[in-house]
Design a protein around this ligand. Structure first.
Ligand SMILES: C[S@@+](CC[C@H](N)C(=O)[O-])C[C@H]1O[C@@H](n2cnc3c(N)ncnc32)[C@H](O)[C@@H]1O
Length: 284
């Protein structure tokens, strides 16, 4: 049975209604989640992605998080990360930034998130990784100098923003010439055109677009048991949390399966030619 609160939230996101209020409400929600659920083995808050081809390499310790890491593995695959300054915007509990810092060789990875409680948690959960830091910051007003970042990563966060075009302009500002912006998130099918418009700011060139929806459903299936076990321990707002988590039977799971919601990945490159990378994915 769908939670009416969650269905209302999805509809409001797609309509783009009340951007400032939505932004504040999301922050309250993430602050609340990070204060309430502080489990050491919970470093991701995304729906995940499992590619249909060969599995990407992972150490045994990270296997349980494979579905969630999948979104990051596809996001950075083939990008020039060696020695790069990487910024993740909307880094949540930090598992994705942790993956990039541990499985690649960047000079630095910085995660920013506008939820102070979530940043505090990310610092605690990932304090063992060198070259990885977390700061409080807003996607629409990035606390970084012009042209100071080589790769910007943004995973399943933009649906919370008040002004996605302002976010894209900020990404363009902080990226060095030739730098990469790798993005993934979901939208209702009818809101996709608007999203593409919002991200298409001057100075950024679209290099690839991929529909990830099938692999996201595969990840939701793979993570179902783990989620159900967690949800069973919750007494408060259990229906809402099951919807939020995209559990089987939720509105989100159904809409993704039926094509009403689409999960896309895009890669943009900042105009200029200081660094070069590979863009292996075909346009979807
Ligand atoms: C669904 S979670 C995804 C977290 C992480 N990317 C992951 O995949 O595990 C969305 C995150 O975006 C953050 N966020 C939402 N709006 C933001 C904004 N305007 N600026 C920075 N972070 C934001 C939230 O606080 C939350 O941690």
């Amino acid at each position: 049975m769908a939670s009416p609160a969650f269905s209302g939230l999805l509809e409001a996101i797609d309509r783009g209604a009340f951007p400032r209020t939505r932004k504040l409400l999301w922050r309250m929600l993430y602050n609340m989640l990070s204060r309430r659920w502080r489990d050491d083995d919970w470093r991701f808050m995304n729906y995940g992605f499992l590619p249909s081809g060969s599995a990407f390499p992972l150490g045994q310790d990270d296997e349980a998080d494979r579905p969630f890491i999948g979104l990051y593995a596809q996001a950075v695959d083939g990008l020039p990360l060696d020695g790069a300054h990487v910024l993740e915007i909307g880094s949540g509990r930090g598992g994705g930034a942790r993956y990039v810092a541990r499985y690649h060789a960047p000079a630095s990875v910085t995660g920013i998130d506008y939820s102070p409680a979530t940043v505090q948690l990310a610092r605690r959960l990932n304090g063992d990784v060198a070259n990885l830091t977390f700061e409080v910051g807003d996607s629409e007003k990035l606390p970084f100098a012009d042209a100071s970042i080589d790769v910007v990563v943004n995973i399943e966060s933009s649906h919370c923003y008040g002004d996605v075009a302002a976010f894209a302009r900020e990404v363009e500002r902080v990226l060095a010439p030739g730098g990469w912006f790798t993005f993934a998130d979901m939208r209702g099918k009818t809101a996709l055109a608007q999203l593409r418009q919002q991200l298409a700011v001057p100075g950024l060139t679209l290099r690839s677009e991929t529909d990830l929806s099938k692999g996201v459903i595969a990840a939701l299936d793979a993570a179902e048991l783990r989620k159900r076990t967690r949800i069973a321990k919750i007494r408060f707002m259990r229906g809402f949390v099951a919807e939020f988590a995209g559990a089987q039977g939720s509105v989100l799971y159904r809409e993704l399966s039926e094509g009403g919601v689409v999960y896309i990945a895009q890669r943009y490159q900042k105009n200029g030619s200081a660094i070069s990378g590979s863009s292996a994915q075909a346009m979807g």
